[in-house]
Design a protein around this ligand. Sequence first.
Ligand code: SD4
Length: 339
Amino acid sequence: MISRRKFLAATSLTGASIVTGNKSFSNFVKESPVLNSPIVISTWDFGIAANAAAWQILKNKGRALDAVEKGVQVPEADPTNSSVGYGGLPDRDGRVTLDACIMDELGNCGSVAALEHIMHPISVARLVMEKTPHVMLVGTGALQFALEQGFKKENLLIPSSEKAWKEWLKNAKYQPEINIENKLFSPTKLPGNQFNHDTIGMLALDAAGNLSGACTTSGMAYKMHGRVGDSPIIGAGLYIDNEVGGATSTGVGEEVIRNVGSFLVVELMRQGYPPEEACKEAVMRIIRKKPNTAKEIQVGFLALNKKGQYGAFAIQKGFSYAVCDANDQKLLVKANSYS
Ligand code: SD4
């Protein structure tokens, strides 16, 4: 049986007429496979393990919101992952500060930024959404809320991350550096000159046909204390519109925020762009404004539409994403890229 991935590769763009100016993607969308059962997709190779946790909920007809929360908790608690949650690399002051957000099928959303000492920021973000009149809590206020909700205060700076930070301090002159992840060790370090950023963004469609998403990260390594990336910003690191689809991002958050990247991807899908083409156009917005980004940084977008069709696109090679549905729970796809 032909896999979804092979089918997508075989059918994507075939016979599609992409008319610029007055864009029409109707042929394109019609030719892509439409899924009528649950699916979860997430960024990077560690998305496979995260998807597996989400799938336990989706396969039993559970809610996409519960699935994405459970799913991203896996890398959050994984000390071998130096870019999400526990074990994440700290800021330039040696503090592990976490960013996360979550969004459901009703457009409800919750977010925490620069949160310290809490293993599962995604669950705090969910409670911000469900138990407060607010969308976003930051820093000590987010920590205060988490503790009030019964979360345990923990040390998230593990010895290997502390050692790496102390090494960095020797030559770094305390200067934060955009894209520094590419110079650092990481479990997903890629060979050669490929770019490496490791936020987990997850998008799920459940058996009821509803979409939700989650995004969580320790952010850019050795950032200035208080720096917030795209990951907890609704519309930048994550956006869900249950009529259309969802999108999430990974990479240099500053460029994603400047272009409101995930919202843009969803709005492009609303106009008829297939997921990969929507992600590509969002990448091109970044490159057109700042051509040097094509050489200097990585940004990747991942999208899932209401029909269960998915796609991704990145500035640089090396962006992978994991796909899990009834046919295949461990599919890893290499995203197409500009470079
Ligand atoms: C951020 N997009 O904080 C996130 C994390 C990341 O390289 O991928 N950093 O900008």
